[in-house]
Design a protein around this ligand. Structure first.
Ligand SMILES: [Zn+2]
Length: 234
């Protein structure tokens, strides 16, 4: 492990559970580093572990032909990777799970997670709520990609990354952002350049700093506001 491990309740899904259910869940978890570029799951391969990010974030992406994987949703400390385990039908996640921002997570073997779900109705409800939110996020991303301009889409994804980075700066090159949006790098350079001139963000050697969060929100399409993670409820 690198750096200090955030406390387990940094994950909102776990934090929203009653204490006894938190204890049962945490007893079967092991800490793991989230390393950018690491592939945590892919379509067709059974998912070996459920993963609860404490910091950093994971993109759920889909591949089409020779194109780079297109990011469809982000998972950070608000949720988990492995929601498909709640469906009980096997087959693994339907998308690639790729670490985008470094951080730490708690990992639990898939079989144990299924047992926890069966024994723990509060956990099952929380996971189902996350699954519904993920479906909404996926639908919104598909619509956003069709209807909205690159700058508005870029602002949305920067806000989503900002939310999950828990810091005003994060590492993300123009190339990674272009792959994320499914556009040419030059389109990201133009959109990000306009944001820099407006002093909404700064960018240097792959480090993005959010200078004016409200300004970034004003540049985003409504898709950011409409597909934020659900509030955690016990
Ligand atoms: Zn949009």
């Amino acid at each position: 492990m690198s750096g200090a491990v955030p406390e387990p309740l940094a994950n909102a899904l776990i934090a929203g559970l009653p204490r006894a259910e938190q204890r049962s869940l945490l007893a079967a978890c092991n800490p793991v580093d989230l390393v950018p570029g690491n592939l945590l799951c892919q379509p067709g391969s059974p998912l070996r572990d459920a993963c609860f990010p404490l910091s950093g974030c994971i993109a759920l992406a889909t591949s089409v032909g020779a194109h780079p994987p297109l990011d469809m949703a982000l998972v950070g400390s608000e949720g988990m990777l492995g929601l498909s385990l709640a469906l009980g039908v096997g087959g693994g996640e339907p998308m690639l799970g790729i670490v985008k921002c470094p951080g730490q997570a708690l990992r639990m073997p898939a079989a144990r997670f299924r047992r926890e779900l069966a024994a723990n109705p509060r956990l099952a409800r929380a996971v189902h709520r996350q699954l519904l939110a993920l479906l909404a996020q996926l639908a919104r991303t598909a619509a956003c990609n069709s209807f909205h301009e690159v700058q508005a889409r870029l602002a949305r994804w920067l806000l989503m990354l900002h939310d999950r980075a828990h810091a005003d700066h994060f590492h993300m090159t123009h190339e990674l952002l272009a792959d994320m949006l499914g556009v040419q790098r030059s389109a990201v350079t133009i959109a990000a350049g306009a944001m820099q001139r407006a002093r909404v963000i700064s960018y240097s050697r792959g480090e993005i700093q959010v200078l004016h969060r409200r300004g970034l929100e004003a540049l985003s399409c409504e898709c950011y506001r409409d597909s934020r993670p659900p509030p955690t409820r016990r």
